[in-house]
Design a protein around this ligand. Structure first.
Ligand code: FAD
Length: 556
């Protein structure tokens, strides 16, 4: 029997529902949270604004979308049966296959009956007299939940650029993060892609094959490493699976980013030029994110970082035939890795095609979108369709869109006006019983997100079980613990090169957003240990309150 009386039905809310936990979002975080809490016997309702499960992989259907952490590591580990039975077809699974996997998980663990799709959570208000949340959803109902878990995603609030004239453009406008469900055929069209982050880098080579002409509007050149994507053989899958327990233990307990790879034991300047170049060459040939793990000081020491950045700039110059275009594509305003490093399949080579043009909108910013063109630097680039690869209001965007009110009616947006404040990225003082999965202040986007999601879900579930065993009704981050954690997150970030870039990690892509380094850069291993220690000390840094017992009737 659950802690709270559940009168919930399986269909739409009637206004009487009381849940132990409401989970917002049915991506990988929300689905695993539901599975885990059901295992504790709690009543749970998941609300998802999308038409199906999968989160990121439901929304980001642009051509070329795929994971950049290798599929065999970008998979849940909580069920050995699941990881033994699911066959990834490629080194980096394409979006349709990851979405299929999410649907397989929903079916295999019979999650759908507790997930209400096409339903936004608009508002969540903490009722201090009842120690519970009133959660208003887009079907007009309000449900009560003892706890709310925000599984709303770090990269789920697509950023629409505010460009003059965009609304008057007569052709089709697509955002990579809100791609239509049907296949878009660009054959014979003049296409403009605005933005050159990860989504553009994945989609540009594919759009270029179809479009009659592709114009790429670049403000910031980004570092990208070849993916070297390939089919996965049965033998490769078998070998990963055979070593899964040790691979996953190392990824969780020994790495910074939750990705298993050889651990570097020396810095870039400890090797001579030839040896260093040979190592970079070997990683470049192997492909993938682990390029940055060749040395242990690339994120810390600018001179060391420069050796890797120079290597990649040199590669770009080798690949791109037109020297002017090559120069524009060479990143030169941030250390390599300080903005999310991209993984590509023939991105740079695409600029050798006669039907592709690169436009530098840093020197010549876009002035306006005309009905059939993009105007930049007094020049009109005619286009029939526009692809906005302009990214996300990362980490806080989807939380900020919900009207969340904690103690004394304070909203989360008021509290976070100068940047997000959390304790461990999990809770924010003044908002009892409200958990965030991969929230700001946790490793989140700096890691293999599945590793971070599983760690948060397990921690939250253990915590709720612990509270239930002790009849505790509220849990809340203490202000001083939160302040120290925020200071620590900031301090660690500033020992690295990361804050030197105007990145979305810093909120720099959103006009007016406070510029604070949001994720925790200390690494998943240290972070996990910290969370475990906090739990082992009876959830140090959190305040808990006990249920008020009914007064005994005085003897008559
Ligand atoms: C193109 C792309 C590629 C990526 N590749 C990788 C990768 O290779 N490796 C990696 O580790 N990470 C990658 N990521 C990050 C990715 O977001 C995570 O890996 C993971 O999918 C996040 O899962 P989640 O459940 O936390 O969030 P999401 O998948 O974002 O799911 C959150 C869900 O919450 C819903 N939601 C939000 N607000 C509300 C609301 N108010 N009411 C109802 N529903 C709401 C959203 O609709 C969404 O479906 C990638 C992200 C993108 C955009």
């Amino acid at each position: 029997m659950s802690a709270l009386q559940s009168v919930a039905g399986k269909g739409h809310a009637t206004g009487r529902e009381i849940y132990d936990v409401v989970v917002v979002g049915a991506g990988f975080a929300g689905m695993y949270m539901l599975h885990k809490l059901r295992g504790l016997g709690l009543s749970v309702r998941v609300y998802e604004q999308g038409g199906d499960v999968g989160g990121t992989w439901y929304w980001n259907r642009y051509p070329g979308a795929r994971c950049d952490v290798e599929s065999m590591q970008y998979s849940y580990s909580f069920s050995d049966e699941l990881q033994q039975e699911w066959d990834w077809s490629e080194r980096y699974a394409p979006q349709p296959e990851i979405l299929k996997y999410a649907n397989h998980v929903a079916d295999r663990f019979k999650l759908r009956s507790d997930i209400q799709l096409d339903t936004r959570v608009d508002r969540a208000v903490f009722d201090e007299s009842a120690n519970s949340w009133q959660v208003a959803i887009s079907d007009g109902n309000t449900v009560t939940a003892k706890h709310v878990v925000l599984a709303t995603g770090c990269l789920s609030n697509a950023r629409m650029p505010d460009i003059k004239g965009l609304a008057d453009f007569v052709g089709k406008v697509y955002h990579t993060g809100h791609w239509p469900h049907e296949r878009i055929d660009f054959t014979g069209q003049r296409v403009g892609v605005i933005g050159t982050g990860s989504s553009a880098i994945q989609s540009v080579p594919i759009i270029a094959e179809e479009a009659s002409h592709l114009t790429v509007f670049q403000r910031t050149a980004n570092f990208s490493i070849p993916a070297r994507n390939a089919a996965l053989s049965a033998e490769e899958r078998r070998s990963w699976r055979a070593d899964y327990p040790e691979i996953q233990r190392k990824a969780r307990e020994e790495t910074r980013n939750g990705i298993f790879t050889e651990m570097p034991d020396r810095g870039a300047l400890d090797d001579g030029d030839n040896e260093r170049r040979a190592k970079y060459e070997q990683r470049w040939t192997r492909g993938g994110l682990t390029f940055m793990s060749v040395y242990n000081n690339l994120a810390l020491d600018k001179a060391a970082n420069d050796t890797a950045a120079d290597f990649v700039r040199h590669k770009i110059a080798e690949i791109v035939k037109d020297p002017h275009t090559a120069k524009l594509l060479q990143p030169n305003n941030h250390p390599i890795g300080s903005k999310r490093i991209c993984i590509d399949s023939d991105y740079f080579a695409t600029f050798n095609r006669p039907n592709v043009t690169l436009v530098d909108i840093k020197s010549n910013p876009i002035e306006a979108i005309l009905p059939n063109a993009v105007r930049a630097g007094d020049k009109d680039y005619e286009v029939d369709a526009l692809v906005l690869a302009t990214g996300f209001d990362a980490m806080t965007g989807s939380v900020a869109k919900i009207d969340i009110r904690g103690r004394n009616g304070q909203t989360i947006n008021q509290k976070w006006a100068e940047g997000p404040k959390t304790y461990l990225g999990l809770m924010s003082a003044g908002f009892p019983n409200l958990f965030i999965i991969t929230g700001p202040g946790s490793p989140s986007v700096l890691s293999n997100m599945i590793v971070s999601i599983e760690q948060h879900v397990d921690w939250i579930a253990d915590c709720l079980a612990w509270m239930r065993d002790r009849d505790l009704v509220t849990m809340e981050a203490k202000k001083d613990a939160e302040d120290s954690w925020v200071a620590h997150v900031n301090e660690v970030a500033h020992t690295t090169l990361y804050p030197q870039a105007n990145s979305w990690y810093m909120g720099a892509n959103i006009p007016g957003k406070p510029q604070i380094f949001m994720p925790y850069i200390g690494g998943v291993a240290i972070y996990r240990q910290t969370c475990n220690d906090v739990a082992a000390k009876g959830y140090e840094g959190f305040t808990m309150s006990v249920a008020e017992r009914p007064q005994k009737l005085a003897a008559s």
